[in-house]
Design a protein around this ligand. Structure first.
Ligand code: HEC
Ligand SMILES: [Cu+2]
Length: 332
C-alpha cells in the first residue's frame, strides 16, 4: 500500500494502474482545488462584507456577460475533458487486444472457477503470465457477481446469461487480491481469491503440471482444453445426431457460424456471437434459424455454464464445410 495524503492507492501491477491512478489523482486534485477555493471565498466574503452599517442600502448589480460566459465555458471544458479522458480509459479496458490469451471465469455462490485454454483449471486462484495481455470471458452460474482485482485496477460484473469480458496485462510478478464486489448472498465476503502473476516460463511449467488434484472444474475430464472437452460433450449429448454434414441432416451446420450472421424465422438477422450460441444451446426456441423446424431440445439444466463455454469453444474450432460460403444456414 502506498499512502499519499488522504487517500490510498493499492499496489499496482498492470498496465492500467498508472492510467487509472493518474485520472483518479486528477479528479482528487480538482475536487480539492474547488473545495479549498470555495471555502476560502466564503470566508473572505464573510469578513469583507460583514455588517458594518446599521441600515445598509443595497447597490444595483447590472450583471456581466463576460463573467457569465466564463463560468459556463470553463466548467464545460473541465467536464468534457473529464468525459474524454475517462471514456478513453474505459474504451481501452473494454477492448482486449487481438493477441490477448483467453481465460474462462465462472462465478458461483461462493467461488471463482477458472479454466485455462490449455486444460488446467483452478478455483479461487488465477495464474497468469507476466507481460502478456489476458482476456477474461466471464459468466455466472447463479446471481450477479463482480470480478475485482485492485492491483490491476479492473472490475467487471459477472452476470448470469451473459458473457462479459475484461482484460489486463500484468507488469509485476507476485500475488494479488481477487474480490467479489457485488453482494451475492451469505458468504459474499468470503468469495475471495488470489491472482498469481508468474514469469512466462514459470507459467508454462505451471500449465504443463496439469490438474494435480482432481478437484478442478474439469475433474471428470481432467486436463482437456475447453475445445477438446466441448468435442467430447458434443458427442455425449447427441448434438452430432442433428448437426452433421450429410444426407438427412435436421440442424444447421455449425462450422463457420461464430462471428457470422444468422437469418431467423420471422426475418430478423442476428450476429452469431458467444451469447447467441449460448442461447441457441440453452433456449433454442428463443430464436429459430430460418428454414429449420424448432426441433432442438433445450439443454438448460443438462449442461453447466462451463459445458456451454466448452461447447462454444469447440464450435469455434469447426471449419465451414468445403464449398459453403462461410457458414451455411440453408436448410438441407
Ligand atoms: C434433435 C436435433 C438436435 C440436437 C440433438 C441438437 N440440435 Fe442444435 N439445432 C437443431 C435445429 C433443428 C436447429 C435450428 C433451429 C433452431 O434454431 O432451433 C439447431 C440450432 C442450433 C444452433 C444455432 C445454429 C445457427 O445456425 O444459428 C446451435 C449453436 C446448436 N444448434 C448447437 C447445438 C448443440 C451444441 C447441441 C448439443 C448440446 C445441439 N445443438 C443439439 C437441432 C438439434
Ligand atoms: Cu459473488
Amino acid at each position: 500500500m502506498l499512502f499519499t495524503g488522504f487517500f490510498i492507492f493499492p499496489k499496482s501491477a498492470s498496465t492500467f494502474a498508472g492510467e487509472v491512478d493518474a485520472f483518479y489523482f486528477f479528479m482528487w486534485a480538482l475536487t480539492l482545488f474547488f473545495a479549498i477555493g470555495i471555502a476560502a471565498t466564503v470566508i473572505a466574503f464573510i469578513i469583507r462584507y460583514r455588517r458594518s452599517d446599521e441600515n445598509p442600502a443595497g447597490a444595483d448589480i447590472e450583471g456581466s456577460l463576460q463573467l457569465e460566459i466564463m463560468w459556463t465555458a470553463i466548467p464545460f471544458a473541465i467536464a468534457m475533458g473529464i468525459f474524454a479522458w475517462s471514456a478513453s480509459i474505459f474504451v481501452n479496458m473494454q477492448r482486449p487486444p487481438d493477441n490477448a490469451m483467453e481465460i474462462f471465469v465462472v462465478g458461483k455462490q461462493w467461488m471463482w472457477k477458472i479454466q485455462h485454454m490449455e486444460g488446467r483449471s483452478e478455483i479461487n486462484q488465477l495464474h497468469v503470465p507476466l507481460g502478456k495481455p489476458v482476456k477474461l470471458t466471464m459468466t455466472s452460474e447463479d446471481v450477479i457477481h463482480s470480478f475485482y482485482v485492485p492491483a490491476f485496477r479492473i472490475k467487471a460484473d459477472v452476470v448470469p446469461g451473459r458473457y462479459n469480458t475484461t482484460w489486463f496485462e500484468a507488469t509485476k510478478t507476485g500475488t494479488y487480491h481477487l474480490f467479489c464486489t457485488e453482494y451475492c448472498g451469505t458468504n459474499h465476503s468470503r468469495m475471495i481469491g488470489q491472482v498469481v502473476v508468474m514469469e512466462q516460463a514459470a507459467y508454462q511449467d505451471w500449465l504443463a503440471e496439469g490438474n494435480t488434484n482432481a478437484t478442478g472444474i474439469g475433474a471428470s475430464l481432467a486436463n482437456l482444453s475447453p475445445a477438446a472437452r466441448g468435442e467430447a460433450l458434443f458427442t455425449e449429448h447427441g448434438c452430432k445426431t442433428c448437426h452433421f454434414d450429410g444426407p438427412g441432416r435436421v440442424g444447421p451446420l455449425l462450422g463457420g457460424l461464430p462471428g457470422s450472421t444468422v437469418k431467423l424465422e420471422g426475418g430478423d438477422v442476428v450476429a452469431a456471437d458467444s451469447r447467441y450460441l449460448r442461447e441457441s444451446i440453452l433456449n433454442p426456441r428463443a430464436r429459430v434459424v430460418e428454414g429449420y423446424e424448432p426441433l432442438m431440445p433445450t439443454f438448460a439444466g443438462r449442461v453447466s455454464e462451463e459445458d456451454v463455454m466448452s461447447l462454444v469453444a469447440y464450435i469455434k474450432t469447426l471449419s465451414p464445410p468445403p464449398g459453403a460460403e462461410a457458414h451455411t444456414t440453408t436448410a438441407p
